[in-house]
Design a protein around this ligand. Structure first.
Ligand code: EPS
Length: 395
């Protein structure tokens, strides 16, 4: 339902995105988009580029008189740094940085200069993911869905939560708000202090540090996604979308890998009936069972590796000289994890908006609204069981 493309190089004149499939009648302005773009620019451990850019999305199609028309929406963000690159003579880059797309991009496209790979592979592209995600976030908000996130690990400094405690929506909203006040986007001030120190030390050591981000979607109705095909499972769609973010090397849903440490009876979310509504007593599944939303908060974690560009050089090969060489430094972040929180949120918003549109259909917000109200929930009344025997057979 929702499709998008981005175009643009890190130091080219501008970045572009086209978002297709948004229903008509959604109020949308560049201020909605810019708020998330600004969040993507902030975070301790950023490199010098963020001091240069003031990312602003110009909406050049698909929104008229303040509302979406149903046509493709186009966003343009200028690269202010382009002024310094325009018509500049470039000394050839021939030493690939391990972990970046320099070498693989050259193998794939036959580049005779590695900067061509760098320019498009740069995480600068995530600006447009965030722009598209902000529009999808606006759609989700119309239906009460809230998506937020925070950092739960930087290097070996982890936020240790109480696993037995199931956070309420209020707890999650408080976490989102507190994380936004922190320059490492961690809601716990004590852990944030240690994370900050770990980033400070890594900058001093001329190295880089990765971490883990947790993203949570609240008030998602049950019944989005499907168990019937691999590519309709919402868990798989979320994982693929988050995995597509630069430097993400792992994605977990709910307790993820930790579920393998416990027996089944301690992993499944047991059900109780309260006032005619079926409720799980825990949320180890992270809001998804059988690839379908179950109405509980969707909890997604993304593991980001440390950025590949390091001030301390790494061993590589000069492809022009055909000899061993050390990497040369390109301006970069030291720890991108705090800045990447809105990027993970954006990809989750895009997938959830897509799944909501798939479930509801409709070309306008007005068409979607009554269909949303009529969705089956976890009320016993919504789930009438025939309670009659039937013969298992096909003809
Ligand atoms: C980024 C812009 C880039 C990098 C960074 C993210 O700008 P520049 O190369 O001019 O400094 O700072 O990209 C990477 C760290 C990377 O490895 O691709 C941005 O806008 O987020």
């Amino acid at each position: 339902m929702i499709r998008f493309l981005t175009a643009g190089e890190s130091h080219g004149p501008s970045l572009t995105a086209i978002l297709e499939g948004m229903p008509a009648g959604l109020p949308l302005s560049s201020a909605d988009i810019d708020a998330d773009l600004a969040r993507r620019q902030q975070g301790y451990g950023s490199g010098g580029r963020m001091k240069i850019e003031r990312d602003h999305a110009r909406i050049t199609a698909g929104v008229m008189a303040g509302k979406t028309t149903g046509g493709p929406i186009a966003f343009v963000v200028e690269n202010l740094d382009h002024a310094k690159w325009h018509d500049r003579d470039i000394s050839p880059m021939t030493i690939p940085r391990p972990g970046h797309a320099d070498l693989t991009g050259a193998v794939k496209y036959g580049y005779r200069e590695l900067r061509l790979a760098l320019e498009r592979a740069s995480a600068r592209e995530t600006t447009m993911r965030v722009a598209v995600g902000a529009a999808c976030r606006k759609l989700l908000r119309e239906f009460g869905v809230v998506v937020g996130g925070y950092v739960v690990r930087i290097g070996d400094v982890a936020l240790t939560g109480d696993v037995a405690h199931m956070p309420s929506n209020t707890d999650y909203l408080a976490r989102f708000q507190a994380a936004e006040m922190s320059d490492v986007r961690c809601y716990d001030p004590h852990a944030a202090e240690h994370m900050r120190e770990a980033i400070r030390q890594i900058m001093q050591a001329k190295d880089t540090l990765g971490g883990v981000i947790e993203c949570v979607a609240l008030n998602v109705p049950p019944g989005l996604g499907s168990h019937v095909h691999w590519d309709r499972r919402l868990s798989a769609r979320i994982a693929a979308a988050v995995m597509s973010i630069h430097a993400v090397k792992g994605v977990e849903i709910g307790d993820g890998f930790a579920e393998t440490l416990r027996p089944g009876t301690q992993v499944q979310d047991q059900l109780v009936l309260e006032d005619g509504v079926i409720r799980p007593i825990s949320n180890h599944a992270g809001g998804l069972e059988g690839g379908i939303t179950n109405g509980a908060p969707i909890v997604v974690r993304a593991a980001l590796k440390p950025i590949a560009t390091t001030l301390n050089p790494l061993r590589s090969v000069d492809l022009a000289a055909g000899a061993p060489a050390l990497t040369q430094y390109e301006r970069s972040d030291f720890c991108q994890v705090p800045r990447a929180v809105p990027i993970v949120e954006a990809m989750v918003c895009i997938v959830l908006a897509d799944a909501l549109l798939e479930k509801l259909g409709g070309d306008s917000i007005d068409e979607m609204r009554p269909r949303f109200e009529a969705l089956r929930r976890l009320r016993l009344d919504d789930l009438p069981m025939d309670n009659t025997a039937w013969r298992f057979g096909y003809e």
